[in-house]
Each structure stands twice: as structure tokens, then as C-alpha cells.
Design a protein around this ligand. Sequence first.
Ligand code: PRX
Length: 637
Amino acid sequence: MSDGFDATAAKSEVYRPRPETIANYTVPDYSSLRQQAAADPIAFWDAQARELVDWYEPYEQTLDVSEKPFYKWFTGGKINIVHNALDRHIKSWRKNKLALIWEGEDGEQRTYSYFKLWKEVNRFANILKSMGVRKGDTVTIYMGRVPELPIAMLATAKIGAIHSVVYGGFSERALGDRIEDAQSKVVVTCDGAWLRGKTVNLKDITDEAIQHSPIVQRVIVLKRTGQQVNMEAGRDFWWHELAALPIAGPYCNTEPMDAEDPLFILYTSGTTGKPKGLMHSCGGYQVHIAATLKFAFDIKEEDRWWCAADPGWITGHSYIVYAPLILGATSFMYEGAPGYPYPDRWWHLVEKYGVTILYTAPTAIRGLMRFGEAWPARHDLSSLRLLGTVGEPINPEAWRWYFNVIGKQRCPIIDTWWQTETGGFMITPAPVTPLKPGSATLPFPGVEADVVREDGATCDPNEDGYLVVKHPWPGMARTVWGDPDRYRQTYWSDFSSQEWYFTGDSARRDEDGYFWIIGRMDDVIKVSGYRLGTAEVESALVSHPSVAEAAVIGVPDELRGHAIHAFCILKSGETGDLALTDALKAHVRHEVGPIAVPAVIEIVESLPKTRSGKIMRRLLKARVMGQPAGDTSTLEG
Ligand code: PRX
């Protein structure tokens, strides 16, 4: 069932690049680059690995397929992402160039030159060491959108430890599960985070989360909001107090890592209940993200790059923290939400800091669009030269608004399709690619994507099918943390060849070869660009004492892309009144986090199931959307 926008409506609409865009683009002939890379993807990635990053020791093999699907890239090479993101710039003229500009929700401003950021990272790396963190250990980071979050990530990577960042919007249960799964002895958090003028009690949530995790020995707490928190002697330490100690010196060696050593774990939702910790590697990941940011967004020395995601998601990991620093760019980061505390806060920031490239999610664009054109019109947005989007299909209406009202028809829209699993962009235009609103256009050089039928045959133009990737790429997640079988099962077992990566998305390709992403085919819902598994919300609902069974679906929502619609069967004797549905919403908020709260909770007597007992969410969806039920032959009699 397709519930995306009607792609055919926008198909005839093509926006060609302006001559000056073509003249200024970093690659003289992008189509030839794509063609060459298609003919020999390994040679393309090899060239990027040589050009964009430094190696302590060169690799012996670009791609090792001997243990597929556990592909290895750049084997034998020694590298550290922090050397490429920071250390090498300190030895160059970029030492005093701005790496990061940050503005808090309350208007506080901070700037970090490469030199300053490097020193802060070194200090925190020394602090981590003094807390007993060693190469190969995991560190869980649970913070708001403050510069210390990237600092903590970079410091962890510098000493060869593995970070697991948990988005600050998750609740204690979700945080606790992730700490347990990653077995982190050290957690880094804040007293609180600012969110729309209110504080979120991150330290309290951390305390609750680790109550059941005896593994946690040390908690480092950044003071951000200044609120009262509980500090347990011997376990909890203030960041600023540690930073004032002699152990927190501004020099720290960077640990040379094997290309295939783990760099980080990032949890994401899948079909089954337990979120999976995708593991990314030290070598291939950085090559992939640096190459994609360079070609897709044409990053230049003088750019002011604003990726408006949260560092706690893959978009933030790859394109707030690592790739811009590797390329020596200047990034801007904002603590608050779009449109807070006033509707033109973002446009004010673009003007104030001279942002040249803005990269955000369709849901944010739709939200800002609602305020009307008068808000952006108050600002000089002429610094912008490129605009980007990610996270869900962008509806042509939002695309056109972004293009016309924000970009004044000058700025190409770079619609990047990718996933937590892919590490970096996979299908994306470059600034010189002719654009069609709503299409992520064409695969990045060296990426072999296709749309196939169930039997693996390539679909005809405009035929819906499974989106697959047929050749390994360097940024690919290497495994599911602690569960390699799940990795193989989830991503590599769907087609007989077992050599294609299964994305979980459906898509179609038009007669020009342009990709149109339709949406998820599995039980994953994208709400405001956030990825949630139906099973996560369902298990939160059934953990409430009044609920016997639950099913959750995503229904199209104008603003959020999808909204969660839940169906609950109550235990006998329970009444489904407003008080109960409110209590259930509060319960989901507590168990998973605010992003998982259903927009609607419907109390039902039964749920449609297959004869083998699987809930037929497809039928529930058809019912909510007033569509025909389709094939019901497997429905329980
Ligand atoms: O369904 C696709 C959608 O987001 C999913 C990946 O979600 P996540 O791992 O949270 O990563 C989001 C940021 C990379 C995909 O399977 N998606 C992502 N980008 C796009 C998209 N759908 C359509 N167009 C996009 N540009």
C-alpha cells in the first residue's frame, strides 16, 4: 500500500541547474564521474580514501569480500577519525579557522576554532582515560544539543573507545536498555537540556536508567541548565570540576585504529521489539561521509554549513560532527527546535551567521511553512547557496516552498536518501543534477542501487518494488552489536543471491532512472523523521496493567509525515475512557519517549490476525484510511 504523495504529479517538473552552479561545482564533469564509478566502484572508493583522509599506515586491500555479508574495507590500514577531523588541521593554516559556531536556545553564543575544539577534545579524552575508559570500551552519551556532545564523541573516538549516543528525547527505559546492551561503564550526560523553554531532566532520567545497570561505574555530568540534581559520591562527577584538574591537560595522543575496528554504535528501530545497535567502523565510514558531503553539498572553505539534525541521530553523527570537520568546514549548530521561541528563529540564524547551506528534514520544512511566507521574508537569506533534506520523502509542495521561498529559486535542493545502516548518503543529487521535486534523483557515485521485484528481477520503470543495494559501500554498518546473525538476517537474507543489501524501503524508478522513495515496507514508522518500530510502541502499551494486546500503525499526517495510531484490547473489567487513553499516552512517553506517543489510541475488541497469529497491520491501516482491505485470504477465520 502506498500512502506517500503522488509522485506522478511531480514527474514532469524538472529544475535544471543554473550556469553559475555548474561553473562553481567542484567536479568538472559529474556524470562522467558517476559513470566511471559505476564501472569500477572499488576504484572510486579507493581514490576517495587516498585523497580525503590521512592514514597512519596504508591499507593493503580496498574491499575484502571473503566473509560476506561481513564486508571489510581498507583492511590493514591504520587510521583515526579524530586525526582527520582535528589533529591534522591544527598543523595547517586551518588551526584558527572556525570549526563550530553554536547558539543556545536562550541566545548564548559560542565559537570554537579548530585549535580550541582540539584542546577541548583532548581534555575530555584525558578525563575519560582517568575514569578508566580504554580502547574498545563503550561510552554511552546522553545529552542535549550542546557543543560538549560532539566533544564527548570525538574524545571517545580519539582514545579508541566506542561511543553509543542515545538521543536526549528518549526516556529512562530506552536509555537503560541501550546502556545494558552496549555494556557501558561510563555514561556522559547533562543536568538538563533546554527544550522549548522548558528543561528536560536528563540527569534524573539517567539516574533511573542506571538503577538497574550495575555495570555503570562513572557518570560525568555537564552543567547546562543549572537545575538541582542528585550527585552520587564516587559515581557522579561534574564535567567542569574534572576539567579543572591537572589530569585534564590539553594534550592527548590519538590512538591508531585498524580500519575495521568499531567507531560507534547507534541504536535504531527495526521490525522486532529490541532496537538494534548498528556498529560503524573506523575506516570505511569516514571515507564515505567525507566523499558524500564533498560531492553532494560541494563544501568549500568559505561555507557555513548548518545540518539542523540532532547529533544523537546518524545525520548528526555523520554530517554535524564528523564529515564537516574532516573536510575542514565551519559548522553551525543550534540548540533549540525550529520555530522556537518565534517562527523566524531559523531565518534569523541563517541571516545572523551567514549560513550558506542548510540541511534539514521535510517535517521541519512543513512546520516552518505553516507559519507563512512573511516570516522568512523579513530576513536576508541571500547567503544560502544550497538546501538539503533528509529523513522521509519530501512532498512536492514542501519542496517547492523550500525552493521558491527559502532558496529564491537559486539554491538546488539536495534530497539525500540514506539510513542509519548506510552511514552516509546513498541516493542524492549533486548541485549540478537536474531536480524533480520529491525524487532523491540518482545514486551517489560508487553506489549501486536498484528497485527489484520479489524474485530479484529489476522492476520496469514506474513499477513499485524493493529498494536494494547491490554492491558493498564503505560506510555500511558492519554488524548489529553483539548479534551478527540479526545483521545477516535483517539485511542480507531477502534475495536468493544473499549479496544484496535489503533497505526495508519501497521505491520506484522513472524512465530517467530517477529514484522515488515510497516509504518503509516493514513495521517501521517515521514520525517527524524519527524512526520507530511498531513493536517498541506496542510493547510499551502492553506493559501497562490495563492492556491485554496492542497494535500500532503509522497513518499519513500532513505535518509529521506519519502519526502513530494505536489499537488496544483491554484486560477484562477495564474501561476505555479518556482517563485511560491519557494514562496510556503518559505510559508510552515514560517507556520510550515523547516521539513515540500515539496521536490516537483506539480501544477495540479484537485485532485482525493471520492464521499464524500475526497482526495484520495492513488491514488496520486500510480501515483507518478508508481504503479497500485487499487480499484477506490469510486472515484468521
Ligand atoms: O525510509 C527511509 C527514510 O528514512 C529511513 C532511514 O531512517 P534512519 O535510519 O532514521 O535515517 C534517517 C537519516 C538518514 C529510510 O529507510 N528516508 C531517509 N531519507 C529519505 C528517506 N525517505 C525518502 N527520502 C529521503 N531523502
